[in-house]
Design a protein. Structure first.
Length: 433
């Protein structure tokens, strides 16, 4: 009965803590999945810490020569804070560190040194897991946190208890830091599978050309595949310009148009050397086919478990923008009130993140510049500026944290890359072709 009451109390604390943070902290917007993930992680850490401390306290042979309190410095909070930082964001990782530190310190008999150590070591782990594109970086984040954990543990042990367990405290703190990388690498795949997250490590794996979806895109819609690669390059440059996530931008761009695979011939980039099938279709039917690629892309992303970050960008990369080409064809229908402008808008939602907004800008800019005949750098810049202004004035960026300064920097980065990609070449003589 005591265990049930304890679980209820801990769950209530976590519910109130993360519930308040999700409502009131601007950059902490927790979906039900995030809430469940954080609570599960904190509960796991609490009961694991309590079980180990209780086992050592009840088995003197295990703790012979080592003060029982020192084992609190082995509680692997740095590893869990690193996982939260990689899968969610820095703000959430700090809030998780505070909540988990309080609970884990309570598991260690309410020790003040344990609480302070957990707060410091969790922050150190999260701080060193800012960008983790591969397993090596995760291991190195733990190695870099180890000296901080060792010094913190030794200093706190000496301050509160004298020099009796300082050496062991330092050793346990260092071991905690060194093991945080491997522990985080073990926890992350489970969290990704159970909760649908996609870390940068997972994104790098998805970027491989051998992924079944990318193979299909390359074979069945080669024009779309080429477009996606270029958009990925543009989006990566835009992300680097404002400190957004370049890995997410590049990889999500590769998949943003996978919904076109089944109907590749209906999209202009795949119609090279053939007639435009839309010339024989009504604007309404063309609209339905074009709009469907977003919904189909979201479905395929779920089927192939691409993760929520990529899936959300697929759903948001057109926002609620207009199909200008087909809207123009439908003007007579609109004038006769047989159709409306709103019918020719994508269903949304609008971009919610900077990365989704960057891909929207890169996608639109690449398509517009591709339509130019032998574009010069100045013409490319003017076209990109016009596209960026149109998207901004249409309100497509109202729901993401992209400032006007960011918008200018992203547009300039996209222009520079496109000017290099779309450069003109000299005409070869017929005899050389």
């Amino acid at each position: 009965m005591g265990a049930v009451a304890l679980t209820l109390a801990v769950a209530l604390f976590l519910s109130e803590w993360f519930g308040f943070a999700g409502r009131e902290v601007r950059k902490v917007r927790l979906a039900a999945r995030d809430f469940l993930f954080l609570c599960s992680l904190a509960l796991l850490l609490f009961f694991a810490a309590k079980a180990v401390i209780d086992l050592i306290a009840e088995s003197p042979a295990l703790g012979r020569g080592v003060p029982t309190r020192v084992y609190a410095y082995l509680i692997p909070l740095p590893a869990f804070a690193m996982v939260v930082r990689v899968l969610l964001n820095s703000e959430t990782s700090i809030l998780f560190t505070v909540a988990a530190s309080v609970l884990s310190a309570a598991a260690a008999s309410g020790s003040w040194p344990a609480l302070l150590f957990l707060l410091l070591s969790g922050t150190a782990g999260a701080a060193r897991a800012r960008r983790v594109p591969d397993r090596y970086r995760m291991l190195m984040a733990g190695v870099q946190a180890a000296p901080v954990c060792a010094v913190a543990a030794a200093a706190l042990e000496f301050s509160f208890h004298g020099d009796g367990g300082v050496l062991w405290a330092g050793v346990f703190g260092a071991v905690n830091g060194l093991l945080s990388g491997p522990i985080a690498l073990a926890v992350m795949p489970v969290a990704e599978s159970a909760f649908g997250y996609a870390s940068d490590i997972r994104l790098m794996e998805l970027s491989g050309a051998g992924h079944p979806l990318l193979v299909r895109l390359m074979m069945e819609a080669p024009g779309t595949f080429h477009h996606s690669v270029v958009v990925g390059t543009l989006a990566e440059a835009g992300a680097l310009a404002i400190g957004a996530n370049p890995v997410l931008c590049r990889v999500a761009a590769l998949y943003h148009d996978i919904g076109k695979i089944g109907k590749a011939q209906y999209f202009s980039e795949n119609q090279a050397g053939s007639e435009n099938v839309h010339d024989a279709m009504s604007p309404g039917l063309s609209r339905a086919v074009i709009l469907s690629h977003v919904k189909e892309g979201v479905r395929m992303a779920g089927e192939f478990r691409l993760g929520d970050r990529i899936t959300e960008i697929i759903a948001q990369h057109h926002g609620t923008s207009l199909l200008y080409y087909f809207l123009d064809k439908a003007k007579p229908m609109i004038e006769d009130r047989k159709a409306s402008e709103e019918m020719f808008r994508y269903p949304g939602p609008k971009p919610k993140t900077r990365e989704a907004a960057i891909i929207m800008l890169a996608d639109s800019a690449e398509a517009a510049v591709r339509s130019l005949d032998r574009p010069a750098p100045r013409e490319v810049d003017e076209t990109v500026t016009a596209i960026v202004n149109r998207i901004y004035l249409d309100g497509q960026l109202n729901e993401c944290d992209l400032t006007l300064r960011d918008l200018h920097a992203v547009g300039r980065a996209i222009s520079q890359v496109l000017a290099a990609v779309a450069h003109t070449r000299v005409d070869y003589p017929a005899s050389a072709v």
